[in-house]
Design a protein around this ligand. Structure first.
Ligand SMILES: Cc1ncc(COP(=O)(O)O)c(C=O)c1O
Length: 405
């Protein structure tokens, strides 16, 4: 007999409590288990792709178009940037973490003359200062990461959208780790390009990039001096070649149409089921579930005397970024959680990699079924690493929050 039991081994795979990719409901997994179909077949176009994009409009809370493409969150960011930004265009990028920096780099590659609006990691965004900077820079686009996954923070997207609108700038919002978990109001907040990926709160497989496009963003694309430098990811080609005339596009309703880039049929089928499940749950219920799960896991951390990384006004309900106790290596926490307990969490990223861990409560995992075992395993892991908390305190505190919900 060995001295220690690896509890995770019998599960054959770890439970995904990282901030994406995340767990998928069984019907979503089943949707992947089918023979290949043809992406340009009219049946796929009319019976799968079109209803999926229409359902996604409800999830995005927009009356505009939602485009789905092969790729990931990064593809969505790049497709949106390349579609509206021309070399030399001024762009103001709010940078509050790793994913703000990613947007800055994408804008750089798109040839934008970008200005970064730096925000201290985990700290509040000074809206007055941002408004002044936006008025000074007069950008064509203002970009924000709604939910900065690297620091576990949610920024006030509605207020930033207002600043963009007042300055006549396009508002580009990265909702990769928030859409379908937090209340993202695309139209109400004036989001022109809402960019996300399939594998986080949408609880679908990794592999799809999603972008919603406002009428203003279409107009900007149509008024470009030169076509976008990307062929496959030029969003305007969707309007010209796929969107029906009745919705402002270039294709007569009911006539066969070609996707600008071949759409993965299996991933669309899975997304279709994921979208149906989200709408059946109802957006208000889903947002509330994430809010309760976020509050419960934070109550658990507090009872274990662990500190959150960000400012308390910004705590995200989909990803928690927690400081590890002095002397405890986040990489060791992740390893023991995975190897001994079968639960995968993340370390922090970049400059907070060695001082924080990150845990997702996204889609399925925003639930006591996942939160309570994670807290229990975290307590045992920290104890193994020499940190002492009152046994069971984290789980009890989280249970109390769930019990009140
Ligand atoms: C806020 C945010 N933006 C962008 C990305 C990049 O998305 P992807 O990994 O799907 O390319 C991520 C990934 O974690 C993210 O959390």
């Amino acid at each position: 007999m060995t001295a220690t039991v690896n509890w995770g081994q019998c599960h054959t795979r770890p439970i995904l409590m990282i901030p994406g990719p995340t767990e998928m409901a069984f019907p979503v997994i089943q949707a992947l288990n089918q023979p290949p179909s043809v992406q340009y077949d009219q049946h796929f176009d009319e019976q799968v792709l079109e209803p999926t994009t229409l359902a996604l409009r409800d999830i995005f809370q927009t009356r505009g178009e939602v485009i789905i493409m092969p790729g990931s969150g990064r593809t969505a960011l790049e497709a949106a940037a390349l579609s509206v930004i021309e070399p030399g265009d001024r762009v103001l990028v709010v940078g509050a973490g790793v994913f703000g920096a990613l947007m800055r780099e994408i804008m750089n590659r798109a040839g934008a003359e970008y200005t970064e609006f730096p925000v201290e990691w985990g700290a509040q965004l000074d809206l007055d200062r941002l408004a002044r900077e936006t008025a000074r820079v007069r950008p064509k686009a203002l970009t924000l990461v709604h939910n900065e996954t690297s620091t576990g923070t949610t920024y006030p997207a509605a207020a930033v959208g207002k600043i963009a609108r007042e300055a006549g700038a396009l508002f580009m919002l990265d909702t990769v780790s928030s859409l379908a978990g937090l209340d993202v109001r695309t139209d109400e907040w004036g989001v022109d390009l809402n960019m996300t990926g399939s594998q986080k709160c949408l609880a679908s497989p990794l592999g799809m990039a999603l972008v919603s496009v406002s009428p203003r963003a279409w107009q900007v694309m149509e008024q470009r001096k030169r076509r976008a430098s990307s062929w496959a990811y030029d969003l305007l080609r969707w309007k010209e070649n796929w969107i029906p005339a009745s919705r402002g596009g270039g294709i007569p309703d009911g006539t066969p149409r070609r996707q600008p880039v071949s759409i993965p049929t299996h991933l669309t089928a899975a997304m279709s089921v994921a979208a149906r499940l989200i709408l059946e749950e109802g957006l208000p219920n889903r947002f509330r579930r994430h809010a309760v799960a976020g509050a419960a896991i934070r109550a658990g951390f507090a009872a274990m005397k662990l500190d959150m990384f960000p400012d308390a006004t910004l705590w995200s309900n989909t990803v928690s970024c927690v400081r590890t106790p002095t002397g405890v290596d986040p990489a060791a926490v992740v390893r023991i959680m995975r190897d001994r307990h079968g639960i995968l969490i993340g370390t922090g990223l970049d400059r907070i990699r060695t001082s924080t861990i990150r845990i997702g409560t996204m889609g399925l995992t925003a639930s006591p079924l996942y939160v309570l075992p994670t807290l229990a395993a975290l307590e045992m892991t920290l104890a193994e690493l020499g940190y002492r908390a009152e046994p069971g305190a984290g789980v009890a505190a989280a249970q109390a929050v769930f019990a009140e919900s």
